[in-house]
Every structure is written in structure tokens, then in C-alpha cells.
Design a protein around this ligand. Sequence first.
Ligand code: GAL
Length: 370
Amino acid sequence: MGLGVSVPAVRRRSLTRASVAISVAAGLTLTGACGGGGESGDDSLTVGVLLPGGGASRFGQFDRPLIEQKLKQLCPDCPAATVAATSEPAVQRQQLDAMITRGVDVLILTVVDAKGLRSTVEAAHRAGIPVVAYDRLAQGPISGYVTFDGATVGRLQGEALLKAMGAKADGGQIVMMNGATIDPNAGWFKRGALSVLKGKVKIGKSYDTVGWRPENAYVNMTGAIAALGAGNIDGVLAANDSLASAVISAFNATEVRPLPPITGQDADLAAARRIVSGDQYMTVYKPFKPAADAAVEMAVALGRGEAVESIATGTVDSDTTKDIPAVLLPSISVTVGNIKDTLVKDGMYTINQICTPKLRSACDKAGLTR
Ligand code: GAL
């Protein structure tokens, strides 16, 4: 996929990111609106947001409200963002087509199927609508990209898994439950994880999960258990928390206790609880707010016809486009020992939310006390 990350000095403007944010905000204070230059000639900016999941997913729970909040802050007089969410590639194509037809000024897109949506991203470009790729690198002519460094995510998962495996980290057997191949992040995470796991452990089975669907991961994990024997699996690299949940369900149908260490990603509330109870070893916490903020800053700048290089921290190359101005954010490995200093401290969840009555004594042990 060629996600080469580079920060060429020539592409950087002298303005810092903070000064850009201030100048956007100052512009708003003065004019009372952010100039959009929409077809109708009015001053408002219509932002279309396409997400790969709603409801209980990170995108529905965190990214969407944070994006809406930031847009309101940067552009109080803009209409609320038009948001659509689906995990179905064909439905997302229709949603994107509809937003192009409607004539939104700018798009924030978390693509479901990067390759499959390329021609529609090209259509947006032809219609003069800039696209900010959010979290997942869309193919086609995009104008900016905001994400968490996927290689780091995978590496954190792999390192935590090895640590939890103890002596078995030397030659033990693991199963890899990766994400969906149509999501470029899935390969990025996988490569990051393999960079630390290769040569250390035996990868007994490795699966790509169709559509990141837990049902598919459950079937695959049940197959791995049948083929390898539950007792011979010393760890599972699950690419995110919903896959981890499916892996745990598959193990729960066996006699094996305690469960081997299982990784995750996204810091779902259910995962935080499983980490406290000991069912899941770790998750990767991605602070979503800086990502949402940067994407909206880029979208507003592009909608106003401004460049985004000064918002970016570097550039990335996609399969189709070179030197995309990008913001790459760090993420944090969370185990039972640092839930309080990460998820609770950052206000993701309160101790009350995590510590259900059933988890009371486990929470006390973990220092999660009110
Ligand atoms: C990835 C995203 C992860 C995870 C996954 C499933 O692209 O980076 O945070 O949520 O999709 O939705």
C-alpha cells in the first residue's frame, strides 16, 4: 500500500498548526461565518461526513460527536454536518454519490472499501469537492489525511502480547485475527504487529475478518480452536475490541481457563470492563479528539479554498496519490495497570461506567476506586 511517511521541509509552511487554528477562529469571530463559496453564493459551508459504522462503534460513539462539536466551534454559522454511516461498500458509494449530487462543499470520508470507492472519490474531485480521508486512507485524489499511525497500533499490540505471554513468547503459538482486507488500516496494523512477532512466536493461524464483523471472527476462532486445540493457543492478536470479544466468546465455549492473552483496539467500554475482569489483556487507546479536530480544521480550510499543508504534520503516499498532507497521531497501549491514568484521566469513561457491581472487587484490586 506504500504508506511511506515523510516530512519534507519544502512542503511545510512557516505557520504552526496552532497559529492556523487561531487564524481560522479569528476569521470566524470577525465575519461570523466561515466562507464556503457554495454554489448558491452564500457564505456557509456544508460538510459531508461519511463513516464506516454508527451506533456502538467508535465512529458512532466518539468520532461523530467530536467532529460535529468541532465544526460547530470552528464554524458556528455552518449548517450541521450531513452524516452518513454504513459498513456496506455499496451503500457507502450511494451515500457519497448523494452528497456529490447535493453539492456539499467538502467531505470527511472514512472509507469502507478503499479501492472500490476510488472512482466515486474521483467523481467528487471532478465536482470540485475536496475530500479529507479520516482514519482510513481512501484511494483517489484526496486533499488531506488524518489518522493514527497504524504501524504503531500493530506494534503496541504485538509487544503487549509478547509481554503477556511470558516464557511462551519464545516459540509459543498464536492466532492472528486481523481486520478487513478492504480497509487499508487492517494491513497496516498487521504489518506493525508482525514486525515484532515474526521470528518470536509461531503463527498457527491468521485470518482476515470480512467487514470487521465479529460473527466472522467467531467462526474463524472456532475453526482455529478446532484445528490447533484451545490449550495449544498461547495468545491471540485480535486487531480490535469487537474481534477480541468474538475471540473470547469462542474460547468461553471450551474448557480452557484462564484464557490466553488477547489484544484489542479502540478502548470500547466493554473492552475496558473485560480488561478489568481479566478476559482481555489489552486495548489500544486512540485519543479520538485530536483526530476529529484536525480533520475538521482541514475540511474547513479546504472548504474556504485554503491549503492544509500547515495543519499537516507530514505527508503520506497512497496507492494513487503522492504527498498527501497528513496528520499522524500516536496511540497508547492500555492494560489493567494504566486504565485509570489513560481512559479515566482523559474522561473517556468514569470509574462508575467501567466498574459495574459485578466488577467491584476486580476494580478495587486494579485501583479503580471512586
Ligand atoms: C479501523 C480503525 C479501527 C477500528 C476498525 C474497525 O480502520 O482504525 O479503529 O475501529 O477500523 O472499525
